[in-house]
Design a protein around this ligand. Structure first.
Ligand code: FHN
Length: 457
């Protein structure tokens, strides 16, 4: 077998294992557990912690890189970083407002950093004082969010960092941290600490949708520890969904697993959208709205609403989820540019949400005018045609689709009005007005009520 083919087979083998088969769940049980997440397609990522206080600046100077890494990038010793807890006081935090913002944007789940790499905990943990209880704010930040999610039908999920720059037993010490009190870190002790905190999170805030692990890449964390932690967590909440960063299978920022038996329910491309989807494998692209995950005052590199909507559509057209990040300020406010974009995405989703929620990947060949998402209900197939570039010739060709004209009908999704389907023996097209009703993405709902064929070039 030549190298490239062997590589493809081993990648496919790895992808097929990205699905919980390794802990004895049947495909049907997995489908049931993953159903809400696959239907969701769109979630909110929240990176929040004491790093929002410096907000990407230190000693009056901007620090390069993502704001939640300021300890490492500045660098800052532990002795200099810890006093941040004495000024972290998010008195303007309004969890209901955050959940409503996510819901109005068409997001179905929220993943918030319970603990990032700096080890600071957004809840009052019995396992450490390096947490919200040691701040002027004192109160648990996760409980109000859990209550608001429960009330508004949004799934609450936790991001949790395996890498911990603070804990004396975490097995990789950073030189910039300054001298530390434990020359012999004990990863068994650290893993027990992490399990105790995760148990607090899985038993204190109702049903949790996803545990989103991160920081698994250092040598201190092993695949054995990943599998053990995965088993431990699923015993506490059997319906939990866990990403592939609980284990060591992830191949860099592309986010998918290499060959082998690694844990994790979905792949995690980061700051990128795969060129194609991965049939039969769940994945989610996590991306920032500007360039930093944590709040960075000087980062004004905001993606346009057009780009954000087209990212969502592109990802859904390939069968993935879009986890879009916000970085709240130390006062507990979501930056205005983030609010503006989420509200604009919500306006589009109000009219076009059915073309995202509950859809699966496009069956069509690559489209030069936009993207396609699909729904199948019984004998009926619906193709949502997302038109980014409006054809000037007044016709939208649907490449590869072969179906009898009587089986086809189409509407403009935003207002439900009828669209005219033009069919020939070898082609299907939609008649278009001169102007695109929606310059960002006009969606046509094409319903196929009988047999059809898709021919790929
Ligand atoms: O180091 C983290 C980073 O701070 C951020 O949390 C992203 C988003 O998941 N993950 C890691 C970088 O790959």
């Amino acid at each position: 077998m030549n190298g490239s083919r062997c590589g493809i087979y081993s990648l496919v083998a790895g992808l097929l294992l990205l699905g919980g088969v390794s802990f004895g769940e049947t495909p049907e049980q997995r489908d049931e557990r993953m159903e809400w997440w696959r239907e969701a397609r769109f979630g909110m990522f929240i990176h929040w912690g004491v790093y929002a206080v410096p907000a990407g600046e230190w000693n009056g100077k901007p620090v390069k890189g993502i704001a939640e890494w300021i300890q490492s990038k500045a660098p800052i010793t532990a002795a200099e970083y810890e006093p941040l807890k004495d000024v972290f006081n998010p008195v303007q935090y309004d969890a209901v407002n955050w959940v409503q913002l996510a819901k109005n944007a068409g997001m179905k789940y929220i993943v918030i950093t319970s603990k990032h790499h700096d080890g600071f905990c957004l809840w009052d943990s019995a396992e450490t004082d390096w947490d919200i209880a040691s701040t002027p704010y004192k109160r648990d930040l996760l409980k109000p969010l859990a209550d608001a999610c429960e009330k508004h039908g949004i799934k609450l999920c936790f991001y949790h960092s395996i890498m911990d720059w603070k804990h004396p037993d975490y097995g990789v010490k950073k030189p910039w941290r300054g001298n530390f009190d434990n020359p012999e870190p004990d990863m068994d002790a650290y893993t027990a600490y992490m399990k105790a905190q995760l148990k607090e999170l899985l038993t204190g805030y109702g049903d949790i949708g996803v545990l989103w692990f991160d920081g698994e890449w250092e040598k201190a964390w092993t695949s054995e520890r990943g599998a053990d932690l995965d088993d431990y967590l699923r015993a506490i909440q059997p319906s939990i969904i866990i990403n592939n960063r609980v284990d060591k299978g992830r191949k860099g920022m592309a986010g998918m697993n290499k060959a082998g038996d690694f844990r994790g329910d979905f792949g995690t491309p980061e700051q990128e959208i795969p060129h194609n989807g991965f049939p039969g494998v769940d994945w989610e692209s996590c991306m920032t709205m500007n360039k930093s995950w944590g709040y960075k005052a000087s980062d004004h590199n905001w993606k346009s609403t057009e780009q954000l909507i087209r990212n969502l559509v592109d990802i859904a057209s390939k069968g993935g989820n879009y986890l879009l990040n916000i970085g709240p300020t130390a006062e507990g406010l979501i930056p205005a540019p983030s609010v503006e974009r989420l509200n604009e995405m919500g306006e589009w989703m109000k009219l076009n949400g059915p073309s995202i929620h509950g859809t699966s990947a496009s069956p069509l060949p690559a489209l030069d005018w936009g993207r396609c998402t699909m729904k199948k209900t019984g004998e009926k197939t619906t193709l949502y045609l997302h038109v980014f570039q409006w054809p000037e010739n007044g016709e939208l060709m649907v490449p590869g689709l072969r179906a009898a004209s009587e089986a086809l009908s189409a509407t403009w999704l935003a207002d439900g009005s009828k669209a005219e389907v033009l069919t020939g023996p070898e082609s299907v097209a939609i008649s278009l007005p001169k102007q695109a009703p929606d310059a960002i993405d006009t969606v046509i709902e094409l319903n196929i009520s009988g047999p059809y064929e898709i021919v790929h070039p």
